[in-house]
Design a protein around this ligand. Structure first.
Ligand SMILES: [Zn+2]
Length: 251
């Protein structure tokens, strides 16, 4: 990889303006108009790229550079997208794993593995991934979309939720659809997946077939849910998101 550094601030990545979504070269930190405080930095293996997290707000990018959100890079087939997602995921992990979860001692870098270890008790901490499902539920040529309490209120999107201990991904799809929409689904088929570093999710997309029941919404989760024909879709999340791919059949 030719890029020399991933410079993040508030989860936004510094990219070159003349080469869309190409991360900054080594030394780009020196180009800011005023010196920036580095809150965290590390060399990502095996790429050898240095990853920085700047403190504060992104502010103005240096001349010839822009700040972008990683979701803008998704779905474009760029060679460094996966590395950028991993860099942000590792930054998030490092910022929340400074101390041993077993004894509270300060963690140190592992010499070989992508991990941190505790000199006091020997405990190893690896970066974790939280699996979550997102599902396109189909019924008689229509798909189920909902407006969520916790998300952007005017957007209609797929049902989704975190996998609980002890259940399979398919179990999770059935439970989430039952809990949030009050219906039962039959066939559950894997469609597509995507890492999502906000802060560390593995989004696993499924297509499920309605089997029984009328919509009965969980008010704490959903403000509305309806069946939509693909030719009459409401406002949905933007391209690059898992929801967009599932809603538009891009999987
Ligand atoms: Zn420890």
């Amino acid at each position: 990889m030719r890029a020399g550094s991933f410079i993040f601030c508030d989860s936004q990545l510094l990219v070159r303006a003349d080469a869309p979504f190409t991360p900054a070269e080594k030394g780009a930190l020196d180009l800011f108009a005023s010196p920036r405080t580095v809150a965290e930095s590390f060399v990502m293996r095996p790429e050898g790229v240095t990853v920085y997290a700047l403190a504060g707000e992104p502010g103005a990018a240096p001349n010839g550079y822009d700040w972008v959100r990683l979701r803008m890079m998704l779905g474009l087939g760029l060679p460094h997208t996966a590395a950028a997602l991993r860099a942000l995921g590792l930054l998030n992990w490092r910022e929340s794993h400074r101390f041993c979860s077993r004894c509270g001692g300060a963690l140190e870098e592992h010499a070989v593995e992508v991990a941190r270890f505790c000199p006091a008790c020997g405990h190893l901490e690896y970066p974790g991934i939280a699996p979550a499902v997102i599902v396109r539920v189909e019924k008689e040529g229509k798909i189920l979309l909902a407006r969520h309490v916790q998300r952007i209120p005017h957007l209609w999107t797929c049902l989704a939720g975190y996998v609980e201990l002890g259940e399979s991904l398919e179990d999770c799809v059935r439970r989430e659809v039952r809990e949030e929409a009050g219906i039962e689904v039959g066939e559950v088929r894997y469609a597509v997946s995507q890492y999502w570093p906000y802060p560390n999710q593995m989004m696993v997309g499924f297509v499920a077939q309605w089997q029984a029941g009328e919509l009965k919404l969980q008010a704490s989760e959903l403000t509305d849910a309806r069946w939509f024909h693909p030719s009459e879709l409401p406002d949905t999340p933007p391209k690059g998101t898992m929801a967009w791919r599932l809603i538009h059949g891009a999987y």
